[in-house]
Structures are given as structure tokens and as C-alpha cells.
Design a protein around this ligand. Structure first.
Ligand SMILES: Cc1ncc(COP(=O)(O)O)c(C=O)c1O
Length: 380
């Protein structure tokens, strides 16, 4: 029996989602842009799904643009705003954005866009004063990740929105990790655009959404069709959208209790680790962290070695370091929080989900102290 504690990477498909997708694949195979009965059936399914996604995000259905995931949604938001808004070519972003935002912005820097990165503190929370000071008259866009994928740190996005709007900039929020774990209301957050992804909330991979508020306009990233109100060309992934809609319906029915349950499991894990393993540190502040995420530094134990040892014992987690072409890179997020490369390398991310059980947490706690001691003793 495997124990899966890597729900920030992806989540298992819920049965209800698989059933809805199966039915859509079999029965709604028409092209939603066709005007005949087959097309109309696909259109109805697509629009019902759009309504579910919009309802979870506190948006109007017309504000939802289906995409092939959050990477596309983030790229489409950034490039789409810069191409459509004559205001200027300056962007402010937090120093802990997901690569789908950070790399999109770095590529734009090579095309003459100026980006200012707002620093974060030791808990991964953005320095609001520095962010506000970075805003300029030509700032077109501010990018803020709502909840960080590695640490779970939750930014005060409403405050960031206030600062951005005061200077006339729009705010794009990457809410990919928050949606399905926390109630997310785009209007209350002050987001002008917001990205999310179905596979982080027990939906299918390769399906996501970009929420574009009514007043905001974007130039499409994908050209070649008038779909999605001319905001994204290409025949829609109807079954994917239906699965996303089903996942959003489940989240709406289960929140906020889902978060309470996940938090109890996550806290049980942390308390067990703190009790049984010396020299550990939570990377972040519990009060401002997603209810499901625990990023922990286990001093002197290489995260990727521990990850492998846990995997061998049937437990899936994630390391605070990524392997790029054979070399181990310490997490840029942990470095931005002031950790040393050695501290970042000694970090592990546990992320529970709505399918995680208490006995699984206890099973992990029963083997982790021995594995950590072994990895520490090996000097890895
Ligand atoms: C915060 C965040 N943004 C964006 C993405 C990209 O999402 P997708 O896998 O749908 O492209 C992820 C996925 O890891 C994420 O965690």
C-alpha cells in the first residue's frame, strides 16, 4: 500500500470526476462551436462546467477562460495584459512565483519588459512596503501567488490588490495551490485575473482556467479561433472542462470542512516530527500556511536522499530541491526566504489531500525518525 503525501504536485482523480468525464467523452463529443444538436450537447456540458468553476471562484461564468492548465493560464495572463494594455511595460512580481510566472516574466525581460521582484521574509511572505515602493506610473501588472506550491505560504493578496489598484496596475493572482483547499473569492481578493488548475483539486491534468474579470481585457496567447469569447483559440477540451467542473462542485460542497480535516492531519504530522526528530524547523509560519502543506527542514539530511528512502518504503513526498539535468538545485523559494543552499537542500515537503487518512500519517511517523537518522549518519 502506497502513502501519497504529495498533493501539491498533483492529486488523484475523484471517482465522481472520472464518472462525469467518462459520460462527457462518450456523449458530448460534438464540437461546441457547431450549431447542430451534437454541437449543442457539447456546448451545454461546457457551459455547465464553466458555471461550476465560476461559482467556486466567486466569478461570472463569462469571466472564465478554459485553458490547458495553470502554466498556460499564467502565460496567457501576463502576455495577454502586456499586449492589450497600453499603460506601460513594467511588471512587479513576488520573489516566490511559480516558474510558470517567473520564467514567463524572465523571457519578457529579454523582450524589453522591466520586472521588479518584491522580496519575501523568512516565512515566505512578501514585503508589502517594498512591493508598494516598486510600483510605478507605467506598471501594467502585479503578479502575486496566492499560496506557494513549495511552502504553502499564503500572501495577503487583498492588500497587494489595494496597493496595485491605487497606482492603476492590474493584479494577476496565481491561485493554483489555494483553489480547492481554501475558499477563494476573486472579487474579495481584488484579482483582475486569476489562474487555477483542475489537477490540484482532484480533477484532470491538462485543464485549467484563467479568470479575466469583466473590466479586464487580454490579447489571446493562442490565435486561430474565436473560442472562449476570442480569448483563447482552439476547440475546447469538453471532457476536461466537465471534469474540472465536477471537481469544483465537490470542492464547493466540501469547503471549508475539507481544509479543517487536512489541517488536523498536517498538524498531527508536524507534532509527531517535532516530538521524535531533533533539529527540525517548519519552513513558514503555520498561521499563514495552506492547511495541507508542511515544508520542513531536517538539518543535515539531504532532502532528495530522504525522498528516495521514503519512496522505497512506500511513501511519496517532495524535496525542497529540484533535479535539473543531473545536478541538484536548491529551491529558489527557500533561498528567497533567506535559507542557505544547505538548509534548502535539507528540506522536504509533505502535502496531504482530501483522501489522506490519519493511519497513513501515523505510519509515516513510525518510519521517518529511523530514515532521518540513517540519512544523517550517512552524511548524505
Ligand atoms: C502555484 C502553481 N502555479 C502553476 C502551476 C502549473 O500548473 P499546471 O500543472 O496546471 O500547468 C502549478 C503546478 O505545480 C503551481 O503549483
Amino acid at each position: 500500500m502506497r502513502i501519497y503525501l504529495d498533493h501539491n504536485a498533483t492529486t488523484p482523480l475523484r471517482e465522481e470526476v472520472a464518472d462525469a468525464m467518462g459520460a462527457a467523452l462518450r456523449e458530448c463529443w460534438g464540437n461546441p462551436s457547431s450549431t447542430h444538436a451534437e454541437g449543442a450537447a457539447a456546448r451545454r456540458a461546457l457551459e455547465a462546467a464553466r458555471g461550476e468553476v465560476a461559482a467556486l471562484l466567486g466569478a461570472a461564468p463569462a469571466e472564465i477562460v478554459f485553458t490547458a492548465g495553470a502554466t498556460e493560464a499564467n502565460n496567457a495572463a501576463i502576455r495577454g495584459v502586456l499586449a492589450a494594455r497600453p499603460r506601460g511595460r513594467h511588471v512587479v512580481a513576488t520573489a516566490v512565483e511559480h516558474p510558470s510566472v517567473a520564467e514567463a516574466l524572465r523571457a519578457l525581460e529579454g523582450e524589453g519588459v522591466c520586472v521588479t521582484w518584491a522580496p519575501v521574509d523568512a516565512d515566505g511572505l512578501v514585503d508589502l512596503e517594498a512591493l508598494t515602493a516598486a510600483l510605478r506610473d507605467d506598471t501594467a501588472l502585479v503578479c502575486a501567488i496566492l499560496a506557494n506550491n513549495e511552502t504553502g505560504a499564503i500572501q495577503d493578496v487583498a492588500k497587494i490588490a489595494e496597493a496595485a489598484h491605487t497606482r492603476g496596475a492590474w493584479l494577476h493572482v496565481d491561485a493554483t495551490q489555494a483553489v480547492g483547499k481554501l475558499p477563494v473569492d476573486a472579487v474579495a481578493l481584488g484579482a483582475d485575473l486569476l489562474a487555477c488548475s483542475a489537477h490540484k483539486l482532484n480533477g484532470p491534468k491538462g485543464t485549467g482556467a484563467l479568470l479575466v474579470r469583466g473590466h479586464a481585457t487580454i490579447a489571446p496567447l493562442l490565435l486561430g479561433g474565436a473560442q472562449e469569447r476570442r480569448r483563447r483559440g482552439g476547440t475546447e477540451n469538453v471532457a476536461g472542462a466537465v471534469g474540472f467542473g465536477a471537481a469544483c462542485r465537490l470542492a464547493r460542497a466540501e469547503l471549508p470542512e475539507r481544509g479543517v480535516r487536512m489541517q488536523a492531519l498536517r498538524d498531527r504530522l508536524w507534532q509527531g516530527i517535532e516530538r521524535a526528530i531533533p533539529d527540525v524547523r517548519w519552513n513558514g509560519a503555520p498561521r499563514t500556511t495552506l492547511p495541507n502543506t508542511l515544508n520542513v527542514e531536517l538539518a543535515g539530511a539531504a532532502g532528495e536522499v530522504l525522498l528516495e528512502a521514503l519512496d522505497g518504503e512506500g511513501v511519496a513526498v517532495s524535496a525542497g530541491a529540484a533535479c535539473h539535468s543531473g545536478s541538484i538545485e536548491p529551491s529558489a523559494v527557500l533561498l528567497a526566504m533567506g535559507r542557505s543552499p544547505a538548509q534548502a537542500r535539507a528540506s522536504l515537503r509533505f502535502s496531504v489531500g482530501c483522501t489522506t487518512r490519519e493511519d497513513e500519517i501515523d505510519a509515516v511517523l513510525a518510519l521517518l525518525p529511523r530514515l532521518v537518522a540513517r540519512v544523517r549518519a550517512s552524511g548524505a
